[in-house]
Design a protein around this ligand. Sequence first.
Ligand code: TGC
Ligand code: FAD
Length: 391
Amino acid sequence: MFEFRGVDFMDFDSLLSEEELLVRQTARQFVEDRFMPLIKRHFRDGTFPNELTAPIAELGFFGANLHGYGCAGLTDVEYGLVMQEMERGDTALRSFVSVQSSLSMYAIYSYGSEDQKDRWLPKMQQGKAMGCFALTEPNFGSNPSGMLTRAVKDRDGYVINGEKTWITNGSVADIAVVWAKIGDSDKIQGYLVETDRPGFIAVDLHNKLSMRASTTSSVGLTNVRIPAENVLPGARGLKAALGCLTNARLGIAWGAIGAAMACYDCALQYTILRKQFGDRPIASHQLVQNELAWMITEITKAQFVTLHATRLKDQGRLSHVHVSMIKRNNAQMALEVARRARDLLGANGIIDEYPIFRHMCNLETVKTYEGTHNIHTLILGSHVTGISAFS
Ligand code: TGC
Ligand code: FAD
């Protein structure tokens, strides 16, 4: 309904290069022209617009900050700006791109053999093969080190048994990055499992009230045989899986800013137009201005800290604890912006003519996945005190 103009209170754009501004504009235009006309229907129907896979690939957004294998080789800031614009559209769109790029392709890129990279990365970049990242299990979410899935050495490969759940794009994927324990040991290893192998089944989870436009599946692995060359040679230990999460969490931090911008922008425009108590716009009331002032302050703080963190990553100086701080902060910030924006629209805040309630529902997931708010609190707490709350 409203045209999105971007949110820049403190000349944030002056910190971006011409190339970064161009990448953001390209992503923004794509979301505006191709995605926004579709999202309301897909959110209602609980479906993802799969026809956008090819255009997303053509724009170079899959694996955009990886180098070689046909990937665009964007900087981390450019990639972050793409994530921001995708989630300004909907979290499902950002998840679609980031599970493919930051989790699945990144796992192959960082831990795969040259053969694995040559086989999968060009196809994934072109959107001709989709990936998923299967870590979470029904009884092991925040604590993946307890996972029950096992890969047992067979003559010429491995046999995998286990169950994974809440897997984004599980039923869409051609290739699954599956994390499993080796034999009887507690050692974790990453494996590539083609989803057409006998014994692999993905069943979609329906009736979600959040992320309705995202495909989320449970994955069963029953005696799934894979050859030895499907082991991701560098993906040893939970640390390897956590490395992928660090990579994706940075994109989530950028994405949350996009969702917050969409909610703020909508609430600002609405409160200026909406009149109550005579001819005064509701934006003229002090209590309403208090909400808008809070939102623009929090969005602006998040923009600057996230940009700084991402420049540190480009320089190889970002730690996973820094990433925990901004994922935790930005997800919570965006959720709170969405809740306050929803309130400012009154009854109109609860219908899908406006994007706010949809973002608000999605952001409940953003607060939970890729490490819950509590888990990131404890990662930070452990770092600053030197005392782990996990053990
Ligand atoms: P812990 O002993 O703390 O760590 C084991 C080793 O890993 C290192 N490490 C990390 N390395 C890179 N990145 C990170 N984020 C890391 N966190 C820890 C650590 O230094 C250690 O190294 P070393 O050399 O000393 O061995 O491991 P723990 O078992 O105690 O677990 C810690 C905990 C709870 C923080 C971790 O398990 C965790 O982050 N849990 C949250 C689980 C999670 O985030 N799951 C996400 C699933 S994927 C998903 O949600 C996708 S949604 C995507 C979408 O749709 O967009
Ligand atoms: P739990 O771990 O059971 O946590 C429940 C509550 O207990 C939370 O509030 C948590 O913070 C709290 N809690 C747990 N332990 C502690 C503690 N030690 N101290 C304090 N509080 C604690 N996973 C994948 O592997 N791949 C995917 O692609 C993927 N996509 C997802 C998509 C969606 C839409 C959703 C909702 C989830 C997805 N997930 C995926 C799973 C996600 O990563 C997990 O849901 C998340 O890690 C939390 O695990 P859990 O849901 O089992 O919650």
